[in-house]
Design a protein around this ligand. Structure first.
Ligand SMILES: [Zn+2]
Length: 330
């Protein structure tokens, strides 16, 4: 069967958060954030589902090898993920039921046995490389397959008894054959926030391990028992010693590197004195729009690429696109 790409059968509409916060402060069209698959959780309990789909040439398979999938970058100014019919070898690979779109069923297959075969093939790309340009169906299938595969790869044993667990529910949980316990994929919530002072300057920081002159808004993981607003306030206080108020949601983005959900906010600083946490923050400073424009122009500051909510949050404050190269910060 001729390989097809994700540009076909794109569903017409996708869910959107509306009402709160006001639409004019949300970040529109964040990369990786448009869910176009109907996940059909009601079908997952059928143990015959994946064998049946993998025997059906109409099924669309996204093959993940390591952290890469094959993409087609030459179609109509949009990059699409290459989806193919199932092949015989898929029956012995980890398969993940992704759902339906446009009347078609989608399955992610983890094909790490092909690592050598695709090692030098430039059409196999990582989600970080192509995520900003992928169409919605490609981004949805790639992000979901990568996040689930990352979890399966690192959670192969039962946390209760140490036995090797088995994927069930079409790849959405793992079950321990020794004690019957079930284990669910984890998603690690992280808050990422613009901190803006009374003069409408934004705080950017360089974390330990950032490359070159990379700077970003602050971010950190939500801790157990903590609300999102409390996590924003704690992270800002810990990392730069600033108290904040008026924590306002901007948007969110799956970030399967390996398993995060980035929750974007803006917050108002109650002071401007900075006290940096030496283990995490190498540098931090306040920028006016003119100062940031100048720093980006002379290369003394670089921000992360278009795929990232970090850049989108900075652009939301800035009021338009930033002129900064597409290089990863870490
Ligand atoms: Zn167990």
């Amino acid at each position: 069967m001729r390989p097809e790409t994700s540009g076909r059968n794109r569903p017409a509409c996708a869910p959107r958060l509306v009402g709160v916060p006001p639409a004019d402060v949300t970040l529109p069209e964040l990369a990786l954030s448009t869910s176009v698959l109907d996940r059909r959780g009601d079908l997952r309990a059928d143990p015959g589902l994946l064998p049946r789909l993998l025997a059906d040439p109409a099924t669309a398979v996204l093959r993940l090898v390591g952290d890469r999938v094959a993409v087609d970058e030459g179609r109509e100014a949009s990059t699409t993920a290459v989806l193919t019919a199932p092949e015989d070898a898929d029956a012995s690979r980890l398969a993940l039921y992704l759902g339906e779109a446009g009347g078609r069923s989608y399955v992610g297959v983890v094909a790490d046995d092909l690592t050598d075969a695709v090692a030098d093939d430039p059409s196999w790309r990582t989600l970080r490389q192509v995520g900003a340009d992928l169409d919605d169906l490609g981004a949805s299938t790639f992000a979901t397959t990568l996040a689930l595969a990352n979890w399966h790869r690192s959670h192969g044993h039962c946390p209760r008894c140490g036995s090797r667990t088995e994927p069930v529910l079409a790849g959405w949980i793992r079950r321990c054959p020794a004690d019957g316990s079930e284990h669910y994929p984890r998603t690690d919530m992280a808050v990422i926030m613009a901190v803006v002072d009374a003069d409408d300057r934004i705080l950017l920081a360089r974390g330990k391990g950032f490359r070159g002159n990379g700077m970003s808004v602050l971010a950190g993981f939500v801790e157990p028992g903590e609300s999102l607003a409390a996590a924003v306030a704690r992270e800002v206080a810990e990392e730069v010693g600033v108290r904040v108020t008026d924590v306002t949601y901007l948007g969110d983005q799956p970030w399967p590197f390996p398993s995060s959900l980035m929750l974007g906010f803006t917050a108002r600083a109650l002071g401007t004195d900075l006290r940096l946490q030496p283990d995490e923050i190498e540098a931090a400073r306040w920028f006016s729009r003119d100062e940031l424009t100048a720093a980006l122009a002379d290369g003394s500051v670089v921000v992360s690429g278009r795929i990232s909510i970090s850049r989108r949050i900075i652009e939301h404050w800035f009021g338009g696109p930033l002129d900064s190269p597409e290089i990863p910060l870490r």
